[in-house]
Design a protein around this ligand. Structure first.
Ligand SMILES: [Fe+2]
Length: 256
C-alpha cells in the first residue's frame, strides 16, 4: 500500500490545533516537547511508551566516553579553518553563556556542535539531499566553557534543508548542540535557531515545544555589537540548564 501523501497544510493545521489545546491547558505546560507529537510523524512510532529503565550511573560511566580538558584544542571552536580553503557561506560567530537555574556559570563544560553547510547539506551518508557538499566544511566543532560559563564559536550560517516528515517539509536553519556535563550520563542535546526564520511556523520539530516562551528560548539573537567588523555577524545564545527558564533539551531518539 502506498503511503498517503501528507501536505504542509495538513501538518500546519495539526500544529495549530495542538497549540490551541496546550494554550487552553495553561499552567500544566512544562516547556518540554510532546514526545508523541503527531505533526512530527516519526515521533509517534519511536517515543517511549514505558517508564525509563533506571540503571546505576556508576556502571554506565565505567563504559562511557570521557574527555580531559587537554583533549579539546582551542582551534576546534572555529569550524571555518578545518580544511585548506575557506568554506562557502555567511561566516558567523555564535556565543553565549551556559548557566544553571540560578544564573551561576557552568564552567569548563564540553559543548559539541554539528550542523549542515550553507547549502543545507550534512556530511553524512544518510543525507542524500541533492545540495552540494562543501570540501572546506565538515560542520562539527567543540569548545569548553570558560570561567564565566562563556563559549564562542566561529562557523558558517547553516542552510535550511528538506526532510521526509511530509511532502516538501523543510527544517529551519539550526545548529545542534550537545552539553556534556561532568559525566556522560548528564549529556543534554538541543538545537539553536536563528531569529525571524519564516519556517518556524511550519516545522513540527520546533513546534513540538508547545510553550511559546520555551520555543523562543531556542532562538538566538543577532548581536551587532559583538560582530567582527567586515568579517562576521554574531548571534548570542545563552543556555540555561535547569529551572523554569531552562533551554529545552530533546529526547535521545530525536536527531533530525
Ligand atoms: Fe539538523
Amino acid at each position: 500500500m502506498r503511503d498517503e501523501v501528507v501536505r504542509q497544510a495538513t501538518i500546519s493545521a495539526e500544529i495549530v490545533k495542538i497549540a490551541k489545546q496546550d494554550a487552553a491547558a495553561g499552567p500544566t505546560r512544562t516547556g518540554h516537547p510532546r514526545r508523541d507529537y503527531a505533526p512530527y510523524r516519526s515521533s509517534l512510532l519511536r517515543h517511549p511508551t514505558h517508564e525509563l529503565v533506571r540503571v546505576d550511573p556508576e556502571d554506565v560511566e565505567r563504559l562511557s566516553p570521557a574527555f580531559g580538558h587537554t583533549d579539546v584544542d582551542i582551534l576546534e571552536s572555529d569550524l571555518t579553518i578545518q580544511h585548506t580553503g575557506e568554506p562557502l557561506g555567511e561566516r558567523i560567530n555564535v556565543f553565549g553563556r551556559v548557566v544553571d537555574g540560578e544564573g551561576r556559570p557552568v564552567r569548563h563544560q564540553l559543548i559539541e556542535v554539528w550542523q549542515a553547510n550553507a547549502s543545507g547539506r550534512y556530511v553524512h551518508k544518510r543525507d542524500q539531499h541533492p545540495a552540494p557538499l562543501d570540501p572546506n566544511f565538515t560542520g562539527v566543532g567543540r569548545v569548553i566553557t570558560g570561567d564565566d560559563g562563556e563559549y564562542r564559536l566561529t562557523t558558517i550560517k547553516p542552510g535550511a534543508y528538506p526532510w521526509r516528515n511530509h511532502l516538501n517539509a523543510w527544517r529551519p536553519a539550526h545548529i545542534h548542540f550537545s552539553l556534556f556535563g561532568t559525566a556522560f550520563t548528564q549529556r543534554l542535546v538541543t538545537q539553536m535557531y536563528f531569529p525571524g526564520d519564516p519556517l518556524f511556523a511550519l516545522d513540527p520539530i520546533y513546534q513540538s515545544v508547545t510553550d511559546p516562551a520555551a520555543r523562543a528560548r531556542l532562538v538566538s539573537t543577532l548581536d551587532h555589537e559583538a560582530s567582527t567588523p567586515e568579517i562576521s555577524l554574531a548571534y548570542r545564545w545563552d543556555i540555561v540548564l535547569t529551572g523554569p527558564r531552562s533551554t529545552w533539551m530533546e529526547s535521545e531518539d530525536a536527531h533530525d
